[in-house]
Design a protein around this ligand. Structure first.
Ligand SMILES: NC(=O)c1ccc[n+]([C@@H]2O[C@H](COP(=O)([O-])OP(=O)(O)OC[C@H]3O[C@@H](n4cnc5c(N)ncnc54)[C@H](O)[C@@H]3O)[C@@H](O)[C@H]2O)c1
Length: 270
């Protein structure tokens, strides 16, 4: 069911790799709600992923951009404004990658070049999306910028290694740039701290299935799905949330506020 929440709005959605991606589901919902969208992903993901299928389905153009490259992002905004005929009302940063996690390096044995890559791809790129958009005057007043985070930024999850540090930086950037863009253009900037979700990035993390099940049992509402997350993102892009900014918003079925659940106690008693 659609409500026309994004009628007349234009925006950029990054990070749609396949139909499991949070960004993929968001693009479909944003389109249903009336938005005009440009899709973007890293050039390598163009070859690996199925983003062309999505573009066809929602009638969107794709502009490849490595989110760590300022030049690519300048091209992304400039072409998006040409294609959509104006400035962006929303931007979704749905990007994360850690070479250390990919290659199974423990937190006490990190490769520091890869660590810097994790931070650049997963956190600094959020800053770059906003700095480039602001400098090119490509963001509309009262716009909305959303990034995706995980609770490992606040509490230790050993398997999440350097991504935990990257998410802490990401959330801090949301506050620092949120202040700036709020003052200058009434633009809001938030991160959503999402439940474990079965996607390529999510399931690449060691022990994912176990902590997915653990979170499901800990959360009174159960884990929030990718579809649920897409709904929440659309609400943050809409005019119904104009005064929400500089927040890390838990979207996790109550996980972050639960100390222990009856299900976990039962498991421990066995
Ligand atoms: N899946 C989960 O359990 C979970 C939980 C909380 C937060 N998140 C966050 O949600 C976001 C989206 O991830 P997802 O779960 O949908 O997985 P996904 O693998 O579908 O999406 C990650 C995307 O990042 C893109 N990417 C990687 N390097 C890039 C680069 N240099 N430039 C541009 N794009 C690049 C990938 O191509 C991919 O499309 C990430 O920030 C992730 O950390 C995921």
């Amino acid at each position: 069911m659609s409500y026309g929440l994004l009628k007349g709005k234009k925006g950029i959605i990054s990070g749609a790799l396949d139909e499991n991606s949070i960004a993929w589901k968001t693009a479909i919902k944003a389109h249903e709600e009336g938005a005009q969208i440009v899709l973007t992903n890293a050039p390598i993901a163009m070859r690996m992923g199925k983003i062309n299928e999505l573009a066809e389905q929602i009638g969107a153009e794709i502009i490849p951009a490595d989110a760590t490259s300022v030049e690519d992002l300048e091209n992304l905004y400039t072409k998006s404004m040409e294609l959509l005929g104006g400035k962006m009302d929303f931007v979704l940063h749905s990007i994360g990658m850690s070479p250390n996690i990919r290659k199974g390096r423990a937190y006490g044995d990190l490769n520091y070049d890869w660590f810097l890559k994790s931070i650049d791809i997963s956190a600094l790129s959020f800053h770059k999306f906003m700095q480039v958009g602001d400098k090119l005057d490509a963001l509309n007043d009262w716009g909305s910028v959303v990034g995706l985070s995980y609770i490992a930024a606040q509490k230790t999850f050993p398997f999440y290694t350097d991504m935990a540090d990257a998410k802490a930086v990401l959330e801090s950037i949301a506050r620092s740039f949120g202040y700036r863009l709020g003052k200058s253009k009434k633009i809001r900037v938030n991160t959503i701290s999402q439940s474990p979700t079965m996607t390529t990035a999510g399931s690449g993390i060691g022990g994912f299935d176990s902590f997915f099940d653990f979170a499901e049992k800990m959360s009174p509402l159960g884990n929030a799905t990718g579809e649920n997350c897409a709904d929440y993102i659309v609400s943050l892009f809409s005019d119904l949330t104009k005064m929400v900014t500089m927040q890390n918003l838990y979207h996790d079925g109550g996980y972050s506020s639960t100390g222990i659940s009856e299900e976990i106690i039962e498991m421990m008693q066995k």
